[in-house]
Design a protein around this ligand. Structure first.
Ligand code: SF4
Length: 289
């Protein structure tokens, strides 16, 4: 099976079915599964930036809980970029190491753990320095014009250390959907402090951020593979994924990511996907046929 054997008519049918599925499927929106950590991500403008930077190689839950833990450990009532920057890269790396001591993914080697601590602490300090110097210590100032399109948000975020193409695309997509703690926090503060309405328009510019969940679900449902390919091969699937996104959701292509990413996290796991509970079972998904 696969794209070649499915043919255009079947791919088009599946694109229409995906449009129907997103009308009723409500993915779980909390990364942290922790109400207090979620509230902090909304109420503190720096917290979601630190969560985003941490969100690689470790679980999203652990990454997005770290800002609240860090705030508590720094003992600061005022958790700002300036306070974190003053802790220095070594200080942040030490704290991150303590936080991660019982959370490392089992397959992550000691070398990779050390690299993670070094890179993430460097990115956190770099981002805080930029926020202090360029945005008067207030991350919300990145969006003080209020109205943006998706590529503008993408490049504002890409300028922050530790936020690469995939993360910037995901956040720009969430902002365009008015979704998530980061978006609601910015919206509330800009409105309250300056009367600014924060909006992200021109959703048709959005793209699908290609990551392991998206590739795995796309490949299985379209019959391209059963086993998740190596990370180095992910970019081979990107053109097909982006075009399926435009076919299914021409007004907002990255809506495809909303469902593929959530299904990847909740059901389509390795080695054994939970097909019986999956909203894509009747697409039909080739893996489960
Ligand atoms: S039906 Fe199974 S293989 Fe297909 S996307 Fe869902 S969990 Fe993955």
């Amino acid at each position: 099976m696969g794209i070649k054997l499915l043919g255009f008519d079947e791919i088009d049918r599946r694109a229409i079915k995906l449009r129907e599925i997103v009308k009723w499927y409500q993915p779980h929106q909390s990364f942290t599964m922790d109400a207090e950590a979620d509230r902090f991500l909304e109420s503190n403008p720096l917290a979601p930036i630190i969560g985003t930077i941490c969100d690689q190689q470790i679980t999203a839950e652990d990454a997005w809980r770290f800002p609240l833990w860090l705030c508590e450990k720094l003992g600061c009532r005022d958790f700002t970029a300036e306070v974190v920057y003053k802790s220095g890269q070594t200080g942040i790396a030490e704290l991150l190491k303590r936080y991660m001591s019982d959370k490392w993914p089992s397959g992550m080697s000691p070398d990779d753990r050390a690299k993670y601590l070094q890179n993430v602490s460097k990115y956190i300090i770099g981002a805080c320095k930029l926020i202090v110097n360029e945005f008067s210590n207030n991350p919300d100032n990145m969006f003080k014009l209020g109205s943006y399109n998706v590529p503008q948000v993408y490049f504002i975020l890409r300028s922050l250390p530790g936020i690469g193409a995939k993360k910037a695309s995901m956040i720009a997509r969430d902002f365009a959907l008015s979704l998530g703690n980061w978006f609601s926090g910015i919206s509330k503060r800009l409105k309250k402090d300056a009367g600014i309405v924060f909006k992200v328009n021109q959703k048709h510019f959005s793209e699908v951020p290609v990551d392991v969940h998206v590739v795995r679900v796309f490949g299985r449902m379209m019959g391209e593979f059963k086993r998740t390919p190596p990370r180095a091969d992910f970019s081979n699937y990107s053109p097909d994924i982006q075009n399926l996104a435009k076919l299914a959701f021409p007004d907002f292509p990255s809506k495809l990511d909303e469902i593929l990413w959530a299904v990847g996290r909740e059901y389509c796991k390795d080695p054994q996907p939970a097909c019986d509970e999956c909203p894509l079972l009747d697409l039909p998904c080739n893996y489960s046929m």
